[in-house]
Design a protein around this ligand. Structure first.
Ligand code: NAP
Length: 436
């Protein structure tokens, strides 16, 4: 019998569990740990609440979670409640599917001013992550600046621009919905340090900006390269750039009908943030030019009013006691997912924060192939039986998948009209719903 511990119950974790069951059937036991009492990681707290069709992939993970030889072990923080060494004594392999929950640091002067927020916190706030539910961003000013031109920047800009009825059918948490509906924001500037040909935004997500009730996207046609230059782009990026061209062609009459302007500011690298009374009020940026795909300084600077700044410049994984960590890369050092024999990583914890949810599937299958090479038919480890003894002796309050289903039912029962659920945003309420 093989005993596998997977740390993290997001897409990478459940695809890995699925791969283990496919490969070994009845000859494997998989425990999927999560520090939260609720599963699905980024599907629950990262994917935008108005993208329910993407969130529906959790149904696939539920099927895996409900197979007899897979268990959800929620409310257990590996590294604190239980050490990696303790798990190594019990399981043949530990696979870290812990994602990249921390922001890459915006390393400029003034980044510590009030209302300068990293995307992990801002996204966690509107998605009800217990760590960030209390963020309470100040949305009283008129000008928001979003740094970065990836899909997270798009999510943030879109969420800041929608009005109440556009959240119908979403599971945005009520505290965020109410705050956003009171917001005074009129301009959302998306800052890119490079040009239109270097954006990381995908066409489906970018195209959504065309269909917002009270906001429209503004692109200065002068920033766009000659149309013929688009021919060298890969098809997805070419589609995105075509959308930018469409945005540049939106007539003033249409912009005039919309209260919120989403301004694309290309060739603009953040230099510093300035504030009044400790709170951010403007951002200084430097004009760049792009040569061979790289942003080059020009020395020309200007300022943009900024009452709120959300930095969407990528993520880092968390180190875990007892596991080697590459500080520079912000993830576990690994060779095709192997950190050391017995310790593995998968998903963003393995390759960094890139790709779609689906990218994690081949990753999960590949890491199980590597695990197989190392552990063969398994050893004499005690697996879940040993963990249960440890948890009982230590008084760890494990939340099972059945417990989660009870929490889920309570969230569904509390949903606003038309919404799939009203999430609990703190661990105590989740546990109370289980115990109810
Ligand atoms: P991303 O795609 O890597 O984009 C990060 C952006 O930040 C880039 O435009 C980058 O510019 C910029 N940046 C990095 N450091 C910077 C700095 N110091 N100053 C200014 N700008 C800086 O990352 P992401 O948006 O966080 O997305 C992470 C992953 O999740 C991606 O694979 C994304 O597609 C995925 N995702 C998908 C969806 C969806 O499909 N709906 C939604 C959200 C996220 P440079 O290119 O110049 O470095």
């Amino acid at each position: 019998m093989r005993h596998i511990a997977i740390v993290g119950s997001g897409p990478a974790g459940y695809y890995t569990a699925e791969a283990a069951v496919k490969k070994w059937g009845e000859d494997v036991r998989v425990d999927v740990f999560d520090r939260l009492p609720v599963p699905y990681g980024l599907i629950r707290t990262g994917v935008a609440p108005d993208h329910q069709s993407i969130k529906a992939v959790s149904k696939r993970y539920e099927k895996v979670a409900l197979t007899d030889n897979v268990r959800f072990v929620g409310n257990v923080a590996v590294g604190t409640d239980v050490t990696v060494k303790e798990l190594q004594d019990l399981y043949d392999a530990i696979v870290f599917a812990t994602g990249a929950p921390h922001d890459r640091q915006l390393d400029i002067e003034g980044a510590d001013l009030e209302n300068v927020i990293g995307s992990a916190a801002f996204v966690g706030w509107y998605n009800g992550h217990p760590q960030f539910a209390d963020l309470d961003p100040n949305l009283a000013g008129r000008n928001a600046v979003v740094i970065g031109m990836g899909n997270v920047a798009l999510d943030v800009a879109r969420i800041l621009s929608k009005e109440r009825c556009e959240f119908d059918g979403s599971d945005i948490v009520s505290h965020a919905l109410e705050a956003l509906c009171r917001s005074n924001i009129e301009t959302v500037t998306i800052l890119g340090r490079r040009g239109p040909h270097q954006i990381m935004m995908t066409p489906k997500e970018l195209g959504e900006l065309m269909h917002l009730d009270r906001a429209s996207p503004h692109v200065d046609a002068a920033d766009l390269p000659p149309v013929d230059d688009d021919a060298i782009l890969e098809p997805g990026l070419r589609k995105s750039v075509t959308l930018l061209r469409d945005f540049a062609a939106i007539p003033e009459s249409i912009h005039g009908e919309k209260r919120i302007a989403i301004e694309f500011d290309f060739f603009a690298s953040p230099v510093s943030l300035r504030g009044t009374g400790g709170k951010v009020s403007e951002i200084e940026v430097e004009r760049t030019k792009v040569e061979a795909g790289r942003a080059i300084s020009t020395g020309e600077t200007y300022t943009i009013p900024a009452d709120l700044v959300v930095s969407c410049i990528g993520y880092r994984s968390s180190p875990i006691d007892g596991v080697p960590f590459d500080e520079r890369a912000g993830r576990f050092p690994n060779d095709e997912g192997r950190i050391l024999p017995g310790l593995y990583c998968v998903g963003w914890a393995k390759r960094g924060p890139s790709g779609t949810i689906g990218t994690n599937r081949p990753d999960g299958y590949a890491v199980i192939d590597v695990v197989e090479q190392d552990i063969g038919p398994g050893g004499r480890k005690r697996g879940r039986e040993g963990f249960d003894e440890l948890a009982t002796s230590r008084g760890i309050d494990v939340v099972t998948f059945r417990d989660w289903q009870k929490i889920e039912q309570a969230e569904e029962a509390a949903a606003r009209h038309g919404s799939p659920r009203e999430k609990f945003v703190d661990v105590e309420s989740m546990i109370a719903a289980r115990d109810n």
